[in-house]
Design a protein around this ligand. Sequence first.
Ligand code: NAD
Length: 429
Amino acid sequence: MRISIIGTGYVGTVTGTCFAHLGNEVICVDVDPSRVERMNAGIPPIYEEGLEQLLREHAGKNLKATLDYDTAIANTDISFICVPTPSDENGKIDLRFIREASRSIGRRLKDKKSYHVVVVKSTVVPGTTEQIVTPVLEEESGKKAGKDFGVGMNPEFLREGKAVHDFQHPDRIVVGADDPKAAGIIKSLYAGYSCPILEADTKTAEMIKYVSNAFLATKISFSNEVGNICKRLGIDTYKVMEGVGLDARISPHFLRSGLGFGGSCFPKDVKALVGKASEVDYEPVLLKTVLAVNDKQPEIALRILKKHIPDLRGARVAVLGLAFKDDTDDIRESRAIPLIGMLLAEGATVTAYDPMAAEFMKKVYPAIGYAKTAGDALDGADACMIATEWGEFARLNGEFARMKRRIVIDGRRMVDPRGKDIVYEGLCW
Ligand code: NAD
């Protein structure tokens, strides 16, 4: 099929490249010229395992990128909207980019003779496709949804860092559409997949995405709360959660306690669901608490550090890990951000290290030190705080000898202190 992808961020780049790899003709559209240039040169604008190789294979062949909506809409049969849906200052979803992209597509649909399907892949609050995207498309095109063109909602469940794998091996595909023709066309794109394909209306598809993320975030905050209690009771929370996770009704995933969740999805999606619930006159007590527990974890990490160094003024702290999780360069809502902010507010000097995300963090904290290796960050440090679960941190050993005081506060259970000459304390263990 001929597919246009609107927005070449994490979701758009991966979706476009993987659809091209399935043999489709793909045109990616972005408003950022540098992203378009990179895509056409076969260089992904973001890091994802395995993405560069796939993009190189298809860029300039059956995958092209452009700034021009005219070319993209005229030469494709289906468009996936993959633009950002950030939180506004009150935590509610900001649909500015969705409106803009819908307007741009709608204007081009006006003169288009053949049937076209517009699919929202961005995460949007329930009702957005029906109440915003469809009316904007109809207004701009002067055509009728469900008759002249189709509209759908196909949420994305990929994990950053494993996005290509997840696109190719999904647990399920959700196809939301308010008319059967659009649903059939979207489903046909996934014909080769063996996973369950769940059909729903657009509003339900939108809610499935929010509830999935809210549930995973709840598991994390739940595990963190349990971890905070276990630490006080002298119980190993990881052993507890291992026992809990063996229950098939619970599953072992997302039960690792630590610094909490970050990234571009969980915090913003839970906030958006809280905002939507308030709009319909419901107080989402549980979801608000999920966010509150998450906000508290970096504060608890700082409190633990201060047990060892009560006055942090002038102390040198190495922060290991800046990305919100391993295998990505994404620092959005990374727990390292509030952690570094609090360390600086306490008067500490921070040297940070991350194998991938340092360049992005320099925009947030231009004045802290950035080391090229974990060992260099530890050199002369009074304390080390581990903020991201990069595998290499589990292999640190001799590097700790370079510290002035070997205090290690582990926010991700990466370091096994046994046989190491360090003062070690875990966040929840
Ligand atoms: P992103 O910020 O990485 O990329 C968005 C891209 O859209 C940027 O390149 C931007 O320049 C472009 N853009 C903005 N306005 C545009 C317009 N009018 N026309 C064309 N391009 C435009 O975003 P992302 O992380 O890929 O997320 C996109 C959506 O997918 C969000 O709703 C997000 O919640 C959802 N989502 C993200 C993930 C994830 O892991 N990142 C996973 C599932 C769902």
